[in-house]
Design a protein around this ligand. Structure first.
Ligand SMILES: *Cc1c(COP(=O)(O)O)cnc(C)c1O
Length: 402
């Protein structure tokens, strides 16, 4: 063991602990449902992205078991080296129909779809213009590209600030290509990107748009087809990213767009070129998940019923949900220590929901992030609300923002 490395690691971890940024995942001892067993305790789970309850859906699980019988458990190799299994192809064809696009390419995660696609479509004469609240995987993908992108150079616009975006676009005409990139649904605030305005500005200034619909997949649009569908912008968004790990309940990410985009990513998307394909049971489970989404409106209806009910319950009890428009529901606590103490107290009261604080969100804007799902019963949400009220009263704080 090299002491230089080992000591550096311990010192850096100590710094994280001092700054209250040190994370220890709790141990989940049951499937990821609305009510789970965690660290030996039964709790209402308000911190899962399993929006539609597909992660443990009987039809989805059965499809995975059947695929193990038929295909075994591994894909064997990278797709262009080992040959791409027909079931992977079938999943991409299904996704392309679902998204109403020419073609879809699946990556092993949403994260690698971003880090594979973004640098592949940009060259050094290009510029990327980003919303300041974009997800970490977008930021990393952008950093891998040879294009200009830095905030210090003026290429990051204020959150959903269309005046600022237009200003940047109008000054970026000297670049060869201009890409505007945004989350479809912002992962910490639960608000929706103003995609119609973004697309209109991009068209005005000869730019193209990439939208990361990780939290919109299965949540917004026809049968959960995402923000492009939600805003009826078919054919006007060049690159759509979706995840298969959240509402679709399994794992993976994909890029939806033109056939020539797919063709290019097969040849230049590095995580596609150099990382092994999903196990075939993943593709089979995802096809079954799409079957449920396209034929059973019940999970999406229940997701939105629970979302509306949960927001109403919180508002009626004086909590501020910070302008959220989707199932992602932040509950404002303000000071960092307050939210962190509330998280621990909520767990003692039988609710698992994470505190999100600086630097993930602005200082003084700490919140508990909750996510109702189709898997929650009325009783789950009632119990969760009781715990929130009890914890707030015990902390004796007003939680309306000052
Ligand atoms: C979760 C998330 C991702 C990553 O998706 P995975 O499939 O979990 O890797 C990418 N972008 C956004 C906006 C996300 O919220």
């Amino acid at each position: 063991m090299n002491p230089g490395l080992q000591n550096w690691l311990s010192d850096e971890i100590d710094k994280l602990k001092e700054q209250h940024l040190y994370k220890v995942p709790r141990i989940l001892e049951s499937p990821a449902g609305g009510r789970v067993r965690m660290d030996g305790r039964e709790v209402v789970n308000m911190s899962s992205n399993n929006y539609l309850g597909l992660a443990n859906h009987p039809k989805v699980a059965q499809a995975a078991r059947d695929a193990v019988e038929k295909w075994g458990v591994g894909a064997g190799a990278v797709r262009w080296i080992g040959g791409t299994m027909s079931i992977h192809q079938e999943l991409e064809d299904r996704l392309a129909k679902f998204k109403s696009v020419e073609a879809v390419l699946v990556f092993t995660s949403g994260f690698t779809a971003n880090s594979g696609c973004i640098p592949a479509v940009l060259a050094d004469q290009d510029v990327v213009i980003s919303d300041e609240l974009n997800h970490a995987s977008i930021i990393d993908g952008v950093r891998l590209s040879p294009a200009k992108y830095k905030k210090s150079e003026g290429f990051v616009y204020g959150h959903k600030d269309m005046g600022h975006l237009e200003d940047i676009l109008s000054k970026a005409q000297g670049f060869s290509k201009r890409m505007v990139i945004t989350d479809g649904v912002f992962s910490m605030d639960g608000d929706i990107a103003p995609l119609p305005e973004i697309v209109a500005l991009a068209e005005k200034y000869d730019a193209f748009v990439m939208v990361d619909d990780a939290h919109a997949s299965g949540v917004l649009g026809r049968n959960g087809a995402g923000t492009t569908s939600h805003f009826d912008l078919y054919g006007r968004v060049d690159i759509q990213l979706g995840t298969l790990s959240k509402a679709l309940g399994v794992v993976g990410g994909y890029i939806a767009g033109s056939a020539v985009l797919k063709d290019w990513l097969i040849n230049r998307g590095r995580p596609y070129l150099f990382s092994t394909a999903h196990p075939p049971m993943v593709a089979a489970a995802l096809i079954a998940a799409l079957d449920v989404m396209e034929n059973d409106p019940e999970p999406m209806r229940k997701l939105w019923d629970n979302t509306r009910r949960w927001k109403e319950m919180l508002a009626a009890n004086g909590f501020d949900t910070m302008g959220s428009e989707t199932p992602i529901t932040p509950v404002y606590f303000g000071r960092e220590e307050l939210a962190q103490t509330a998280e621990k107290m909520l767990f003692e009261e039988g609710v698992y929901a994470l505190a999100i604080a600086f630097p993930t969100v602005a200082r003084g804007k700490a919140r508990i992030r909750t996510m109702p799902s189709a898997d929650h019963t009325e009783e789950d949400l009632n119990d969760a609300l009781k715990a929130f009220v009890k914890v707030r009263d015990r902390l004796a704080v007003g939680v309306a923002p000052g």
